[in-house]
Write a protein that binds this ligand. Structure first.
Ligand SMILES: Cc1cc2nc3c(=O)[nH]c(=O)nc-3n(C[C@H](O)[C@H](O)[C@H](O)COP(=O)(O)O)c2cc1C
Length: 360
């Protein structure tokens, strides 16, 4: 049996295989109040039918002002638990483990949908004041965020913990904290976006303080048996910026706080980052964090082939593989990949006739 399709147990959770659906914003909360819609049920349910071992819901905001767009999923109110019910049912009912990514978009909040140009929204267009560690905009023509006070920081830690409890109530079996891609946690980690002169800025210890406080609060808000993941940007691809050495150290601290898996992404905190992606371009970060921080990792980014995914696991560069765009192109990728690697795979009962000859 391939490694890719062998189960993995993380804390108390056995996940049926190592193909995980990476978090992907759908911008499809029709009511603009963070509630899941029929789109979410169909989209996530289909990826479970397709054979992924874990299906992770998109960046779901712990507060209304933490959304990238007004159409993002939210988990800041108990009513969100109810609307997520059918989504969780569609994932679990089709054999996959349901997970959720908790997020706050910081200075990258308050924009339009990508397919409408991701335009920054003014107050009259439904936008809002953004917050960040320091009053530095992501790029010149974007809003300058308000610098967070110590009260804001304490409130946000509580908001993440409350969102984690709601996620448990919604039936999620795994929680991931979004500390990558230039969103709030990542903004604190970077010496370029965090120029505070209090205990939350300056040294690596200080820049990591807020992300670690969130981690600690979430860990103690969820059951001991529940896996906790953190998504990091391993580097921001900028001179004098956050880099892999700092990320390895940060990963060690996350592990000490009870984080079970580091999901290794990169970039997104600077509009002028210098990056040319290539197949598996972020696997190197997973390999380093896995070996140097001695923690379970996930590899993500331009992984599209079964043999490529299997080799990453075989080489010991990661423990699980997250796929994003390839699973949008083909939700049945896991079934095809398992057929390629193991010679056979189970289609759902309702689809068994796909095994018949095409001309019958
Ligand atoms: C439509 C779309 C939405 C995304 N939304 C998120 C998100 O909510 N959270 C996140 O951490 N990454 C997000 N990403 C990044 C993916 O999870 C993934 O890291 C990236 O696309 C690289 O993987 P891939 O080459 O398999 O697509 C998104 C990517 C896409 C294409």
């Amino acid at each position: 049996m391939s490694k890719l399709f062998s189960p993995i147990t993380i804390r108390g959770e056995e996940i049926p295989n190592r193909v995980f659906v990476a978090p992907m914003c759908q911008y499809s909360s029709e009511t603009e109040d963070g509630h899941a819609s029929a789109w979410h049920t169909v989209h996530y349910g289909t990826r479970a039918v397709g054979g992924a071992g874990l299906v992770m819901l998109e960046a779901s905001s712990v507060r209304a002002d933490g959304r990238i767009t007004p159409w993002d999923l939210g988990i800041w109110d108990d009513s969100h638990v109810t609307s997520m019910g059918p989504v969780v049912e569609a994932i679990v009912g089709n054999g996959a483990t349901p997970a959720i990514q908790l997020a706050h978009a910081g200075r990258k909040a308050a924009h339009g949908k990508p397919w409408e140009g991701s335009k920054m929204l003014s107050a009259s267009e439904g936008g809002w004041e953004t917050i960040a560690p320091s009053p530095i905009s992501f790029q010149e023509d974007w809003n300058v965020p308000r610098e967070m006070t110590l009260d804001d920081i304490g409130q946000l830690v509580d908001d993440f913990a409350s969102a984690a409890k709601r996620s448990v109530n919604a039936g999620m079996k795994v929680i991931e904290l979004h500390m990558a891609h230039g969103y709030l946690g990542c903004e604190f980690l970077s010496p370029l976006s965090n120029q505070r002169d209090d205990q939350y800025g300056g040294s690596l210890e200080n820049r990591a303080r807020f992300p670690l406080e969130i981690t600690k609060a979430v860990r103690s808000a969820i059951p001991d048996s529940m896996p906790l993941f953190v998504r990091v940007s391993a580097t921001e691809y900028m001179d004098n910026g956050w880099d892999v050495d700092e990320c390895v150290e940060f990963s060690r601290w996350l592990k000490d706080e009870g984080v079970d898996l580091i999901d290794c992404s990169s970039g997104g905190n600077s509009a002028t980052q210098s990056l040319t992606p290539f197949p598996g371009y972020q696997v190197q970060f997973s390999a380093r964090i896995r070996s140097e921080a001695e923690v379970t990792t996930g590899a993500v980014g331009l992984i599209t082939e079964a043999a490529q995914a299997e080799k990453i696991l075989d080489d010991g560069d990661a423990d699980v593989i997250l796929l994003a765009r390839e699973l949008l192109r083909n939700p049945y990728w896991p079934i095809h990949a398992q057929t390629e690697l193991d010679g056979a795979a189970e289609w759902p009962d309702q689809y068994k006739r796909v095994a018949e000859l095409r001309n019958r």
